[in-house]
Design a protein around this ligand. Structure first.
Ligand SMILES: [Zn+2]
Length: 252
């Protein structure tokens, strides 16, 4: 059902909802200090027609709106007469994951200081704090090969990711995927917190490493508790309320 018109084309209710959710997410990332000039991407798949939404290249995360998000096909070609360009080079690896991983509805990639710092550390994320224990054994790693624009790197990325849906791109940054945007959001938030706290801990001295038996209990209880809720939804909704207090222009 068409409920909005965008650039003289009707937009379905579900596409408009996806646009608003993603626009809010860009604003939230900026509010939390996770934007990187005009770079980095959060993408979502539009379930009804298999297209994708991505940020308009050239806009800061704080400027993204529901209507300025660009609808693209799996190859990054613009589908909606958007006046904005897309950073096709930046979409190369998002396209790869969206193409090969049907459960990767939402993909987030950032260059936060803590995320890039931990991804640049021998051993990566260590089980030395509460949030890091959430991820113990669940993070894939991929060696840095230069800026990720070459198609032939894709096979290695997929191989290194395997069945995991969180990756630290070595010397580069964070990559998380979720079945929903709020699920990806809460994963990104938790991983970012784990990295920030590792950064603080290692700056003070030798960390206390959590034993595997404790990690097992932690993960069992954590994921049992999460099974009864939709991961990240309440958290994301709270952040939307907070970002609305700054500015509601993302809704248009
Ligand atoms: Zn990057």
């Amino acid at each position: 059902m068409a409920t909005a018109v965008l650039r003289n084309r009707p937009v379905s209710e579900s596409e408009w909802a996806a646009r608003q959710e993603l626009a809010a997410c860009y604003r939230i990332f900026d509010m939390l200090g996770w934007s990187e000039m005009i770079y980095n991407h959060i993408t979502v798949k539009l379930e009804e027609d298999g297209a994708f939404l991505i940020n308009p290249f050239g806009l800061h995360f704080s400027e993204v709106t529901a209507s300025s998000l660009v609808k693209i096909d799996i190859d990054g070609n613009t589908l909606d007469d958007s006046p904005y360009p897309v950073n096709r080079a930046g979409f190369v690896q998002h396209a790869l994951f969206h193409r090969h991983l049907p459960d990767a509805h939402c993909i987030m990639h950032t260059h936060t200081t803590a995320g890039m710092a931990v991804s640049s550390l021998e051993g990566g994320l260590q089980p030395i704090n509460f949030y890091a224990c959430n991820f113990a054994g669940q993070i894939a790693y991929h060696d840095f090969e230069g800026v990720t624009v070459r198609d032939e790197e894709g096979a290695r990325l997929l191989e290194h990711l395997g069945t995991k849906r969180v990756m630290l791109l070595k010397n580069h940054g964070i990559l998380v995927m979720g079945k929903t945007l709020p699920e990806a959001f809460i994963k990104h938030w938790s991983l970012q917190r784990a990295c920030e706290i590792q950064l603080a801990t290692l700056s003070m001295g030798t960390p206390l490493v959590v034993e595997q038996a404790v990690i097992d209990v932690h993960q069992r209880d954590l994921y049992m508790a999460q099974a009864s809720v939709r991961p990240g939804e309440a958290d994301f909704a709270a952040m939307v309320r907070k970002v609305d207090k700054i500015d509601t222009s993302w809704r248009d």
